[in-house]
Write a new protein. Sequence first.
Length: 305
Amino acid sequence: MESIITIVGFLGAGKTTLLKHLVTKSIEQGWNPFIILNDYENANLDVQQFLEQIDANSLRALSGSCICCSGIGELRNFVNDIPERENGITFIEANGTSDACSLMGFLGVGLNDRYEPPIQISVVDAKNWQNRGEFNELELNQIQVSSLVILTHLEGISEERKSFVIRDIKRVNSSAEVTSMEAFNLTILPKLTPSTNKPQQLDHLKAHWSSCSVDLPYLPNSSCINELCKRLPENILRVKGCTKVGDDDSYTYFQRTPSGEVTMKAFYGEPTTGPKLLCVGPGSDPSVLEQAITESINIANAKTV
């Protein structure tokens, strides 16, 4: 029977990084992975990042819907339509604001008999755990029915902080295995069983945030990306973009996490929808994004004169 691994976690916690690690290791061990990615806006941007690892026929993007409620039917159909294959394993990455408890409750119903009951893995940013203000409840929800919790962003935090985070996770979900990305071993996956925890009810509206995307022109230099991310309001918790920078013929993918950190890396191929800027969080609005783009380009151009 085929395993289904659902990866959840707050925005910027490191879900995609973990998924890439899981895919690499599973291929090395002879498994045949299939990936489904969910995001509010244009999940195809993330899908294309996996084309160096697996064939496009083993990737699906589910955009514009929340798989913990309105998108669950489409997700279930995606899973049931996956071709049978030897040593198959399916990975599902949920968007960063998913009601993880509802997702597991809904996904476990109506799947084909060839699948094992779904297993949930939570990714926890140890540095920012429960420092989310009004979103702390949502972050807690995302570990309550997980069988495994992976700690990330451990660089620079004290052992006291790490121990506190582990104790706090165990307080909410005492049965979960807790480990770090570095210590994680893929052989643990077949030993995991679905959580039997009874989660606390979450006001489902707290898992539904505004989001939007706009076309993004080519940018004059990489400092323009930093300026752009700085000009977007802090209440927009997730920023992703993909465009060409300077004289570079290839595309650059960048993101701003809820902590404000901006990262950039090369993008594989060409985005199917063209250069885009995507935002998730309260206050996301196309006019806000377009103003930030214009201002950042003007500043970058003025500095080169």
